[in-house]
Design a protein around this ligand. Structure first.
Ligand code: M6R
Length: 604
């Protein structure tokens, strides 16, 4: 959620911190702040709203010093005010934090009783006060930070900076990721490697419970028990072009447009000379059941996956929302495989569900975009979707990337289970290979969709309908629209319409019907006519055959190229994304950083 960064540099820290925070702003953007130590003095600047406000403030009130920490916030405790913005300071200690300190109320009471009352509404301030308390008792900064960490419950990534210490940052990770960057005579800390990308490509990922004393000479790392720990320094590949807008107005627009290339790249990686090449470890022969767990858009990808695995491989599939999964005590078969789908690989609910499954299932597999993420590292096998960095908060290319990997896994399962021959699998792979081209054609409908979106932007409520494999697409279309345009939208299985939601239909509620001309088309058209009979305005997204068969009466019809039936959800994601995008642009909302959201949801 929040983004944190630390610098022990050779040059002034403030501009470096600001640049790094820019790359982390996708994680949270309701306030930002930095603290530095200069001539032994700790000082800080904080501003409400986007990073630009902090940048402006620093022009008028610059902050000197070559050692510093910075933060961009997604509020959990306390409103987005300057007082609640990080870094939090108590006496000689400043702290930036991502996560939640669950026992902060108890700690607060204890510290208040000692005369150290909080000044903010945040959980984080308690960390600074506690460290200050230990320093008041005579502990040096390192020991004070280590003693503080022992008292904290919950999930956190933390950086501490101290008065009088221009060559020390204490960094700690429990539940929220943290990376240490190694430069030449400089050291860095960041929520993720993207933040550190232009500064260094040599990264050490802290493991669960680790803390580190970082100085310009390196990082001394300790595990949860306080034992010295050796953590690898890895050379990461960071394609900076993938984190620029490259001429697009928004990251989301760029990421939507990248999908044909992402799809082609992923296919090239997993299909060699027409043969599916997933790692050997994805073996479904002995598997009796699959459990998919994810959140948001990734959850909808899993719902599509369920159709594929059941239809192609005959495997029973459960799909769960990660935040619910652990709390319903699901019985799990030791011969089952649990599959966790997450773009960021850091989603707290998904990670907690993964840990819940450990030792209960035969294998834990993840489908991730960030291969260095916690979910990837804690899985028995991580399958990358290879989408490249996704910056826009609304997930687009990661969704179609997830769908592709799930489709490939379903084909592998079908082969392992003896339900499909190699020739049949190869035929399906040929169908998948047509997708990049079809996606390009779908993208060419952007102008037409933009015109429709202008009208859609005037509405308050929109319904999305889909049947069969298109039902999860209706859910995804609605989620995309509401998260970036703030228009209320709901997705329904077409057949469910008459069981309640039809009561909402009138001339003011557009209904987006996603229906390729497949064997379910006629049934969906009947549902569409039920809408039209009640003066509902239908936007039908279909193919040429569907457009001809639907006959007149729709408000608008958007025609996509014909697509192999099985994989239609991958293609139909594009108009759903473009519709949301253009509607948000027409409304003038913040497309890449919509209100109240964050890219990586690292709190439960
Ligand atoms: O990083 P993850 O894929 O685990 O994230 C899951 C959801 O938070 C994410 O898909 C969210 O729903 C997106 N904002 C949707 O566009």
């Amino acid at each position: 959620m929040c983004g944190i960064v630390g610098v022990l540099g050779k040059h002034e820290a403030a501009p470096v911190l600001l640049e790094a925070l820019k790359r982390l702003e996708y994680r949270g953007y309701d306030s930002a702040g930095i603290a530095t130590v200069h001539k032994g003095q700790l000082d800080r600047r904080r501003a409400v709203g986007k990073l630009m406000n902090l940048s402006d403030l620093l022009v008028h009130e610059p902050l000197a010093g070559k050692a510093g920490i910075g933060h961009t916030r997604w509020a959990t405790h306390g409103a987005a005010t300057e007082r609640n913005a990080h870094p939090h300071r108590s006496g000689p200690v400043a702290v930036v934090h991502n996560g939640i300190i669950e026992n902060f109320r108890e700690l607060r009471e204890e510290l208040t009783a000692k005369g150290l009352a909080p000044e903010t509404d945040t959980d984080t301030e308690t960390v600074a006060i506690l460290a200050r308390h230990y320093m008041d008792e005579g502990m040096p900064p390192r020991e004070a930070a280590a003693a503080t960490l022992k008292r904290l419950e919950g999930a956190f990534a933390l950086c501490f900076l101290f008065d009088g210490e221009e060559d020390l940052i204490v960094a700690a990770r429990k539940g929220s990721p943290l990376a240490i960057g190694h430069g030449e005579g400089e050291m860095f800390v960041g929520s993720d490697a993207i933040a550190l990308a232009p500064l260094t490509d040599r990264i050490t990922y802290l493991e669960e419970g680790d803390y580190a004393f970082v100085t310009r000479d390196g990082a001394e790392i300790f595990d949860e028990e306080g034992r010295r720990a050796n953590r690898e320094v890895t050379q990461i590949k960071m394609d900076s072009a993938r984190i620029e807008k490259a001429g697009y107005k928004h990251f989301m627009a760029k990421e939507i447009a990248e999908q044909p290339v992402v799809m082609a790249d992923a296919l090239a990686a997993y299909v060699k000379s027409g043969v599916l090449e997933l790692p050997e470890a994805v073996d479904f022969r002995e598997v009796d059941r699959l459990t998919f767990v994810a959140c948001g858009t990734a959850y909808y990808a899993c719902l599509v996956g369920k159709y594929w695995f059941e239809e192609l491989a005959g495997l029973p599939v459960d799909v769960d929302i990660a935040s619910e999964f652990r709390y319903r005590e699901p019985p799990m078969s030791p011969k089952s495989v649990a599959i966790f789908v997450s773009q960021s690989g850091e989603t707290a609910d998904t990670l907690a569900a993964l840990r819940f499954c450990r030792d209960k299932v035969a294998r834990i597999v993840s489908v991730v975009n960030v291969v260095t993420s916690s979910i990837a590292r804690e899985s028995d096998l991580a399958l990358p979707i290879r989408a490249g960095v996704e910056i826009g908060v609304a997930s687009t290319k990661a969704f179609t990337g997830q769908l592709l990997v799930l489709a490939l896994m379903a084909l592998k399962a079908a082969g392992d289970k003896g339900r499909m021959t190699d020739a049949e699998i190869s035929q399906r792979l040929d169908e998948l290979a047509t997708l990049p081209g079809l996606m390009n054609q779908a993208l060419s409908r952007s102008n037409q969709i933009s015109e429709i979106a202008k009208e859609l932007s005037e509405t308050r409520d929109v319904l999305f309908l889909g049947r069969g494999r298109m039902f999860p697409l209706a859910l995804e279309g609605a989620l995309k629209l509401k998260e970036i345009s703030y228009i209320h939208a709901e997705g329904y299985a077409s057949g469910e319409l008459k069981h309640g939601p039809i009561a909402l239909i009138d001339a003011h509620v557009p209904v987006v019907v996603m229906a390729p001309h497949d064997k379910l088309f006629d049934k969906t058209v009947s549902n569409m006519h039920e809408v039209m009979a009640r003066h509902g305005r239908v936007l039908l997204i279909t193919d040429a055959k569907g457009a001809a068969a639907a006959k007149a009466g729709t408000w608008k019809t958007l025609t996509l190229p014909e697509v192999p039936e099985l994989f239609a959800p991958i293609l139909y994601a594009i108009p759903a994304q473009l519709l949301a995008y253009h509607t948000a642009v027409a409304k003038g909302t913040d497309v890449d950083q919509p209100r109240n959201l964050a890219k990586s949801v690292t709190v439960e």
